[in-house]
Design a protein around this ligand. Structure first.
Ligand code: 5AD
Ligand code: SF4
Length: 434
C-alpha cells in the first residue's frame, strides 16, 4: 500500500510543478514513506533521516533548500517524537491526510514545521487526484488500487488499527472510475489493496449492498482489464460470493494471500485472530473446490509471547497440510501500544531466530516444489517489462511468479501462451507456444 500511496502523493504534486527524480542529491523535497509494522522497519526511518540531515546541510552550504518530509505509519505513530529527535524534518504527514500534502508543503516553504496526523473527517480519496495518465503509463501494465483501508480486527500483535485507523471502504463509483483511468493508460492487471481487502463493502450500482465478490464482477466487465488480484484478506471475511468469484471470473487470478499467522489454536486465541486452524483449513478446502488450481500464500509470526515448542510444531504441521506456493514469515516484534506488548512470557530472541530459520527453510522448499511442479505446464503470461538478457521479457504467471521468455519489447502488455521449461531460484523460464 505504501507503493500505491507514494504514487498518489507524487501525482498530487504534479500540479505544483514537482517532478520525481531518482537522484537524491537533485531533490528539493525528499519524502520518506514509512512502515511501522515491525520495529526494524521503524528504526530504518531514523537512520535514513541521519543521512538526509547531512545532505540537507551540504545543500544549504551551496545555497539550495531541501525539504524533508516523513509520511506513512511511523509519521502517524511517532509524529511528535520525529520532530523532536530530527530537527532537519520539515513535515510529518500521516496516511489519512495525504490530500493535504500540497498545502502542507506550501506552509513549509513559508518557514513552518508542519505536523499533519489528525484523522481527516473528509475522505482523502475524494480530494486526491485520479492517477496521472502519463505517470501510470510509465509505471507499467500492472497497477495497485486501494479499495479499503484500516482495520477493526485488533490482532494483539498489530499496530495497523492504530496507525491506519478503523475500516473504511471506498465507494463503488470511485473505484470503477479509477480502474477505468488505469485501463485507459494501458494497465492490464489491477491488484485491489486493503489491510482487510475482503472486508470491503459498498452500495452497488444496482442499489444492493455489495461485498468484494460483487465488486470484482463489476471490475471484470471493464474492457481491456485482463487480470484481477486482491490482497490482503482475513479468513473471517471470505464470503460465499467472493469464493464463487474465483470459480466464475476468468480474470480473477488463481492466487490468494490468506494469512493465518500461527498453526496453534492456543496462540491464535492469544493473538485475537478469532478463527481456528480447522476453520482455516476448511475454508481453503471450499476455495479449492471453487478454483482447484488456486495457489495459497500466507503470513506467519514466530515467537508470539507464550509460544512453546509444541505451538511452533503446530505451525510447521499447518504449513505441511496447506502447502504454500509462497509465504512471508517474521519474528514477533513487540509494538508499543498493542496488547501483545504487555504480555509476559516473551520468547527469547535466539529461540525466535531458530524457529524462523526452520519455518523459512520449509516454506522455501514448498515454494521450490511448487515452481518445479509448474515445469511442462502451458500457461498465460502477462508480459510486463524487459528481462535481464536482450531479446527477453519478464512476465507474470497466474500464480505471481516471474517468468523469463524470449519476446519483443513491443509485446509488453500482451498476454501470450507459453510452456514453462525450467525453474531458477527466483524465477521461471518459458518458451512461447505458437
Ligand atoms: N511482529 C511481527 N510481524 C508482524 N506482522 C504484523 N505485526 C507484526 C509484529 N508485531 C506481520 C503479520 C502481518 C504482516 C503484514 O506483518 O504477519 O500479516
Ligand atoms: Fe493487523 Fe491484519 Fe490483524 Fe488487522 S487483521 S490487526 S491489519 S494483522
Amino acid at each position: 500500500m505504501n507503493v500505491y500511496d507514494s504514487d498518489r502523493m507524487t501525482d498530487a504534486l504534479v500540479k505544483d510543478g514537482y517532478i520525481s527524480t531518482d537522484v537524491m542529491e537533485d531533490a528539493d523535497l525528499v519524502l520518506l514513506n514509512t512502515c511501522h509494522i515491525r520495529e526494524k522497519a521503524a528504526e530504518k526511518v531514523y537512520s535514513a533521516l541521519g543521512r538526509l540531515r547531512d545532505l540537507k546541510k551540504k545543500k544549504a552550504g551551496e545555497g539550495r533548500q531541501m525539504m524533508i518530509g516523513v509520511a506513512g505509519c511511523v509519521a502517524q505513530a511517532e509524529g511528535d517524537e520525529i520532530l523532536r529527535r530530527a530537527p532537519a524534518v520539515d513535515l510529518v504527514i500521516g496516511p489519512q491526510t495525504y490530500h493535504r500534502l500540497p498545502e502542507a508543503l506550501k506552509r513549509v516553504r513559508r518557514g513552518e514545521r508542519v505536523l499533519e496526523t489528525d484523522y481527516a473527517i473528509e475522505d482523502k480519496f475524494e480530494h486526491l487526484p485520479a492517477p496521472d495518465k502519463a505517470k501510470t503509463r510509465a509505471r507499467g501494465v500492472t497497477a495497485f488500487l486501494t479499495v479499503q483501508e484500516g482495520c477493526d480486527k485488533f490482532c494483539t500483535f498489530c499496530v495497523v488499527p492504530y496507525t491506519r485507523g478503523s475500516e473504511v471502504s471506498r465507494p463503488v463509483a470511485q473505484i470503477l472510475a479509477e480502474a477505468g483511468k488505469l485501463v485507459e493508460a494501458g494497465v492490464r492487471e489491477i491488484t485491489l489493496l486493503g489491510q482487510n481487502v475482503n472486508a470491503w463493502h459498498g452500495l452497488g450500482g444496482d442499489g444492493a449492498e455489495w461485498g468484494l465478490g460483487e465488486l470484482l464482477h463489476a471490475l471484470a466487465r471493464i474492457e481491456g482489464l485482463a487480470r484481477l488480484r486482491y490482497t490482503t484478506s482475513h479468513p473471517r471475511d471470505m464470503d460465499e460470493t467472493l469464493i464463487a468469484a474465483h470459480r466464475d471470473l476468468p480474470q480473477l487470478m488463481p492466487y490468494l494471500h490468506l494469512p493465518i499467522q500461527s498453526g496453534s489454536n492456543r496462540i491464535l486465541k492469544a493473538m485475537n485472530r478469532r478463527h481456528t486452524t480447522a476453520e482455516y483449513i476448511a475454508l481453503i478446502t471450499r476455495i479449492k473446490a471453487a478454483r482447484p488450481d488456486i495457489a495459497m500464500s500466507g503470513d506467519f509470526i514466530v515467537g508470539f509471547p507464550g509460544e512453546t515448542d509444541e505451538d511452533f510444531e503446530d505451525t510447521m504441521r499447518l504449513v505441511e497440510t496447506v502447502g504454500y506456493a509462497q509465504a512471508f514469515s517474521f519474528k514477533y516484534s513487540t509494538r508499543p501500544g498493542t496488547p501483545g506488548a504487555d504480555l509476559g512470557d516473551q520468547v527469547p530472541e535466539e529461540v525466535k531466530a531458530k524457529r524462523l530459520e526452520r519455518l523459512q527453510e520449509f516454506l522455501l522448499s514448498q515454494q521450490r516444489a511448487f515452481a518445479q511442479a509448474c515445469i511442462g505446464r502451458e500457461i498465460d503470461l502477462l508480459l510486463e517489462k524487459p528481462g535481464r538478457m536482450p531479446g527477453q521479457l519478464i512476465g507474470r504467471s497466474p500464480w505471481l511468479q516471474s517468468v523469463n521468455v524470449d519476446a519483443k519489447a513491443s509485446q509488453i502488455g500482451d498476454i501470450i501462451k507459453v510452456r514453462i521449461t525450467g525453474a531458477g531460484p527466483n524465477s521461471l523460464f518459458a518458451e512461447t507456444i505458437s
